[in-house]
Design a protein around this ligand. Structure first.
Ligand code: PRX
Length: 676
């Protein structure tokens, strides 16, 4: 530590310009209370001790039966963690806390309307509500262990209740982000063969009450057209009588949860004793093809991993009020709003709406009113908050000791504002690098032990051994100043088990590239390919540079270029579509779309609008494109491949490079003329 350029976080003034090498140290007060400070950490979690070190994580949970084997590699690379062990996730997040903490707040729910009551749900209340809803799922919807259920709900306290009720029964939940369209929801219903969909009537976002059930009426219709009938649509009502869709009840299919629940008041459901390797949930994410893939997460490994990450990296103590601003519809919300914090008996905050509405002080007001001590958000939200209210945090009396960022690289400049203004110069910042597939963190600093370095995620978290390979499989050593493909050498319990229904795609996408022997049962032969390019500095800190595949990161959310292009191609006039990421001040990047038309069609403003609308209808507003350009032709290689790189350079006003090898170099200037 000594020869590095360390900036004490307790120092009042922080250097205005710092180099990448600047480090920040946690305050002595933070170190004093940290959950993990151990000089022997590197030895304890060395590869020599793999996989046994992960039993420490599993021991944070309560098991009905301990495992027979820590890691079963017999079906490589579909690893089975804690094989033979039995547990229940709902029991671990609720029941086991009741003896000592039944009156403690499990969930604080902050509605968008400031005139609505903030709800403080105790562990006892959570227990009661999860049991009653589990009884409804079992008896009124006929669900049983191993069935899949799609949940398309906005941020509300009923969302974790629904998830935990599923977990109690061993029903595999597939939560779809509330902002996704009917079509995106239908795709997920079909792929997971869900015959039950759970929704909510309406929610507030940015000052508007949005009719949500209508979207799911449509989703059911779309799924049915493709042969996946939704037998039951369970509707939680927050605003009975307010939405017209509440009246559009399909007899025999729709069940109003609020009414039906009355049958189950007082019901108690014994948690299913799940095998550790049985699936807990599916989380769909974007990849290189048009259809999202269902990342299947197991019960024991996943829960052990997120609980350990919540304890050691999020540094959650039972007395903390912990607020992760993500949406539960993404993996961050699953792991770090619901499962991790509740397994640790913390108080977790759920809020409805957006960070900047009704004003730029909302987040800090919530933090002050609830006494939030740990705060977790994404660079896109930090950029937005900084833009609309750079001086707002100072007006509120809150006190963060720990802050997280996740989802995309954070610019040192933005990190600085987060640290100095939001963290008031006192909070530690942990930049967590991970993915939907990985369940929990890959790289981050252990906050009480390791220095922070703005712009770098940090080294592998305890137990994770990253390695960077070049295209040929040669290791790029730390400090080489060269980027490569970041892989993880060892399996870990939080990693997803497979892609739902598509083992081959799982193996090909994540393990094939650097595997030397496809028949090997030795985990050393199966490095996990993250799909990101990264550089490792001499200190072992990883700087993530971005995706190497066809994925765009918009506001920290993953969108597949093929998904957007397929949506554009649903417009009959469109012949070809190519989407590129454009740098955006708040979102990081946003998609911009180029389309060419089939013969006989002419460009028009209406057609452009039609294509733009198709993207929103097929995927959701999150995929809305900055611009849609109708071009006479796409820049193509001689073999006919669309050169997205050239379009990307045009969109970002960058250098298109040498285009003379293209089949149609003249098109480049024409397109440039349209974009400028
Ligand atoms: O490219 C990396 C980026 O987000 C991708 C994963 O996206 P998703 O599965 O939606 O999960 C987001 C929340 C975990 C990664 O492949 N990414 C994630 N975290 C970071 C990041 N890039 C840089 N720094 C991060 N901290």
């Amino acid at each position: 530590m000594s020869e590095k350029n360390i900036v004490e976080t307790s120092a009042a003034e922080i250097a205005v310009h710092w180099q990448e090498e600047d480090y920040f140290a946690p305050s002595p007060a933070f170190i004093h209370q940290a959950n993990l400070v151990d000089e022997t950490l590197a030895d304890r979690f060395s590869l020599d001790n793999f996989p046994d070190y992960y039993t420490e994580f599993a021991e944070l949970l309560t098991w009905y039966k301990y495992w027979d084997e820590v890691l079963d590699t017999s079906d490589a690379p579909c690893w089975k963690w804690f094989r033979g062990g039995k547990l229940n996730a709902s029991y671990n997040c609720i029941d086991r806390h009741l003896a000592k903490n039944k009156n403690k707040t499990a969930i604080h729910f902050v509605p968008e309307l400031e005139t609505e009551r903030v709800d403080h749900i105790t562990y006892q209340e959570l227990y009661v509500r999860v049991n009653e809803f589990a009884a409804l799922l079992r008896n009124s919807a006929g669900l049983k262990r191993g069935d899949r259920v799609t949940i398309h709900m906005p941020m509300s306290v009923e969302l974790p209740i629904t998830m935990l009720a599923c977990a109690r029964l061993g029903v595999i939940h597939s939560v779809v982000f509330g902002g996704f369209s009917a079509s995106a929801c239908a795709d997920r219903i079909i792929d997971s063969n869900s015959r039950v969909l759970i929704t909510m009537d309406a929610y507030y976002r940015g000052g508007k009450l949005l009719d949500h059930k209508t979207v799911d009426n449509e989703a059911c219709g779309l799924a049915e057209k493709e042969g996946q009938k939704v037998d039951k649509l369970l509707v939680w009502q927050r605003y009975p009588g307010k939405m017209s869709s509440n009246a559009e009840i399909v007899e025999g299919r729709d069940v109003i949860v609020n009414d039906e629940l009355k049958k189950y008041y007082g019901a108690r459901i014994e948690p299913e004793q799940m095998l550790a390797e049985e699936p807990l949930f599916l989380m769909y994410t974007s990849g290189t093809t048009g259809k999202p893939k269902g990342a299947q997460h197991g019960t024991g490994g996943y829960l052990a991993y997120v609980t350990a990450m919540s304890k050691y990296i999020q540094d959650i103590h039972p007395e903390d009020v912990y607020w992760c601003m993500a949406d539960i519809g993404w993996i961050t919300g699953h792991s770090f709003i619901v499962y991790g914090p509740l397994a640790l008996c913390a108080s977790t905050v759920i809020y409805e709406g957006i960070p900047t509405y009704p004003d730029a002080g909302r987040c800090w007001r919530i933090a002050q009113d609830l006494g939030v001590s740990i705060f977790h958000t994404a660079p896109t939200a930090i950029r937005a908050l900084r833009k609309v209210g750079p001086d707002e945090p100072a007006k509120y009396n809150y006190n963060f000791k720990h802050m997280t960022t996740v989802g995309e690289p954070i610019e040192p400049e933005v990190w600085k504002w987060y640290h100095k203004v939001v963290g008031k110069g006192k909070a530690v910042i942990v930049d967590t690098y991970w993915q939907t597939e990985t369940g929990g963190f890959l790289c981050a600093t252990v906050p009480g032990m390791q220095l922070m370095k703005p712009g770098s995620a940090g080294p592998g978290v305890p137990g994770i051994h990253p390695i960077i390979y070049d295209e040929n499989g040669t290791v790029i050593p730390p400090g080489a100043g060269k980027a490569g493909n970041i892989c993880i050498q060892n399996p870990w319990p939080g990693c997803f088990q497979t892609i739902w229904g598509n083992r081959e795609r799982f193996v090909d996408t994540y393990f094939k590239m650097y595997n030397k022997n496809p028949n090997s049962k030795d985990w050393r032969d199966w490095p996990y390919l993250t799909g990101d390019a990264a550089m490792e500095a001499a200190d072992g800190y990883i700087r993530v540079l971005g995706r190497i595949d066809d994925v765009i990161n918009v506001s920290g959310h993953r969108l597949g270029t093929k998904e957007i292009e397929s949506a554009a191609l649903t417009v009959p006039e469109v012949a070809e579509a190519a989407v590129v990421p454009v740098i955006h001040e708040v979102k990081g990047t946003e998609p911009e779309l180029y389309v060419s038309l089939r013969p006989g069609f002419e460009p028009s403003a209406e057609l452009r609008q039609k294509v733009a609308d198709a993207i929103v209808t097929q995927i959701g507003k999150i995929a809305r494109c900055k611009n849609v350009y109708i071009v006479p032709d796409m820049p193509k290689t001689r073999s006919g491949k669309i050169m997205r790189r050239v379009l990307g350079a045009i969109s970002n006003k960058g250098d298109v490079g040498n285009v003379m090898t293209l089949a149609n170099p003249e098109i480049v200037d024409q397109i440039k003329g349209m974009v400028d």
